[in-house]
Ligand binder design. Sequence first.
Ligand SMILES: O=C[C@H](O)COP(=O)(O)O
Length: 251
Amino acid sequence: MKKLMAANWKMYKTVEEGAATAAELGKLLGGLPADREVLVCPPFTMLGEVGRALETAPGCFLGAQNFYPARQGAFTGEIAPEQLLALGCTYALAGHSERRHVLGETDEFVGRKMAAGLSAGLTMILCVGETIEERREGRVSEVLSRQLRTGLETARCAASADRLCVAYEPVWAIGTGEVAGPGEIVEAHAVVRETLMSLLPETGTEVRILYGGSVKPENAAGILRLDNVNGVLVGGASLKADSFSRIVLAQ
Ligand SMILES: O=C[C@H](O)COP(=O)(O)O
């Protein structure tokens, strides 16, 4: 199973800055190890330019941070999965904690996005993770299994292991510099794996589970060695080509 090293640029960079970072990344990742794949999820505005800059970089894919779960229609300001595919996107995120907690997306809405994205042909990364309050209340396992179940409920029939990934991102570790400890990561990834195996008995063992939350060049190798960690989803440290390429190549 190749490790997926994913960059989420969130709402940062102009088109010019994004294209320049992607071009630099393409050069730095010339010797990408055979067991790694790279994904860059820039803002919508620069998908075309970033995609072109990564075109010649082997093993690099383009992804979207978001879309609206409909084929087309009167949805002012929204973007459809088909429009992303036409720009060269092959991946998309759903359920990122900033969309759940800042933009108010519900489990049910995340489930609709998973179903729409998978049916359109995108590879979907379902993001799950507990808040610090939920962790303190001992509810990590309950929260993760609920988010996975509702996220995959309507998408299950379309979810083959090669077009589905899960990202475990504890909310308290995102953008805080406070990375989850090895024990916390292993325990949460085991819950995700077990839930996937019960929801998708034939393919659950093959779905890649990424860790996200304050991943840096200095801690990436240690995280990537943990059980059931099949890649990382990186925010802040993915904004600079040099720092993200060190994470991608971390051994
Ligand atoms: O999508 C990425 C995550 O939100 C992690 O962000 P971070 O690496 O800045 O903590």
